[in-house]
Each structure stands twice: as C-alpha cells, then as structure tokens.
Ligand binder design. Sequence first.
Ligand code: NAP
Length: 282
Amino acid sequence: MIGAETRLVALLGHPVAHSLSPVIMNAALRRENVNGVYLALHAKTLRDLLACVRDIPIHGLSITMPYKESIVKFLDNTDSHTTKIGACNTVVRAQDGKLYGFNTDAAGVVRPLEQRLTIDKSKILVLGAGGAARAAVFGLKERAAEVYILNRTASPAQKLARSARARMVKRADLKKLNFDVIINATPVGMGSTRESPLHENEIQARYVFDMIYDPPETRLMKFAKARGAQVIPGIEMFVHQAARQFEIWTGKPAPWDDMLRVVTLALQEQEARKAGKEAARK
Ligand code: NAP
C-alpha cells in the first residue's frame, strides 16, 4: 500500500523503542483512509534529528524527550502554546517547505476534562511545574479555570504561577482545600515505584487526573477512588494530544475513540507481558 504519494510522519526522540505512538497513529491513519505511515525514528542527538528533517521528506513529526525544548529555535513558526510553554511536540512541514511547531499537550489535558465538566471557573490543582504542568496550566487558564500550582521546588512554581496568572498552594494547606480536579503532572508513581505524590487524606476533589499511564492504575488513582473521586487515566491525555497531532498533520478530525481503544489494548498486552516475565522470574 506504500507508494510515492505516501506521506511519512515520524516520531523523533531518544529513546523511542517502547513508544505506543506508532500503534495509535497508524490505526488512526488506516481508519481515516489517509495515505500515510507513521514510524519511530531513534535520534540519538539533536544533530541526528535535524539531519533527518533535512534529508528525508517527512511531512509531520512528533517530537519527544529530550528534544521538545531544543527543537524550538530551529522552527520557522510556532503556535501560542509552544511559545508560552517553551516546548514543542508536533511539527508539520507546510507546502512552502517551512516547519511549523505546535504543542498539543494542552489539548491532551483540556479535552478529557471538557468531556466531564465545565472547565470555566472550575478549581483545578496542578501538581508539578515542568513541561507537562506548564501545558496543563496554560491550557486551563485559557479556558478560564481557577488554577492552583503545587510543586516540590518553589521557584519553578512561582515562575509558572506568575507567567500564567495562576495561584500557588502550600502542601500544608491541602487538607483545608477542595478542588474540582487534581492533576498529577509529576513522574511520581511511574513504573514499579508504587509512590503517590499525595497522601490519601490530602485528596479532596471530584476528579483526579493522573498524567502517568504506566502503570495504567497508579497509587494516586487508588487513593482517589478510596476518597470517592472519579479518576481520569493518563492514557486519555496521551490519546487526546495524539488526536490533536493527527488533526494538524491531516486536516481531518481524529478518530479519538478508536485510538483510545487500540492503545488501551496495547497497554493491556504490555502489562500482561510484564506480568508473564515477573512470574517466570519467580
Ligand atoms: P519534567 O519537565 O521533568 O517535570 C517534572 C515535574 O515533577 C517537576 O515539577 C518536578 O519538580 C516534579 N517532580 C519530579 N520528581 C518528583 C518527586 N520525586 N517528588 C515531587 N515532585 C517531583 O516532566 P514532564 O515532561 O512535565 O512530565 C511529567 C509527567 O507527566 C511524567 O510522568 C510524564 O510521563 C507525564 N506526561 C504524560 C503525558 C501523557 O500523554 N499522558 C504527556 C506528557 C507528560 P521539581 O521542580 O521540584 O524538580
């Protein structure tokens, strides 16, 4: 099915081997009959990445760690999210050959929330002040949410709060505060650590949105359920930021529900493989 007309879209980062992006993007391209193929390309250095972009007629790019920030200065133009967040995760090569950069992480946060509540005036606590937190804070402020920030280190949180006109919260005050949503934008709870960024009695919220999707259910999500909150899993952010990328590259609405189904299945298979290996080791 691949021919001269086939458009190439690629994920560039280091590492990329375990990424779920090819699964989700190729499913979406097939579902929408787009003559395109999505590949993961391992760029060990930014120089490798730029050489790929220069030498291969790639139509669209997903930029992942560690290049989301360093790529920005090589782009011809960027959207307002990239400028505010200072990081780009999506590039499209326009007909004039110029490279346009976007950041779709804000859509990855806003879309799962707007399916569940009115964001305008909702009280939302964001844990963290890194790239993902910045995307959440700017995306939610743009939708008129009341945004609060809590971070391990005060200075990045202060900087973010100032530039986004959000408020800071002290951890000691959490027990006195109620939120519509708490969003975890830290890596705490990732992999097999079984840690949580909050204690169970610090959670007073209608929804808890954990950006982490490995494992699919984190300790924070378990605590949230025990406190009667509804949980939004990180895989929804992954799907919705990818859906927005698909729209940028193809100009078509993304089949996000199919994308969610495909990637949920892939994650379950990944978990089953891990459990199998663990059992074999014992
Ligand atoms: P980042 O730029 O490195 O920022 C990490 C943030 O977490 C910082 O604010 C850092 O605080 C805080 N942090 C790190 N370790 C901590 C610890 N042990 N205790 C308390 N706070 C800690 O990372 P990022 O790119 O924003 O990503 C954050 C998380 O979001 C990652 O788990 C990533 O996988 C996830 N994510 C998910 C999606 C998705 O599609 N679902 C998309 C993007 C990111 P300090 O300032 O004190 O260092």
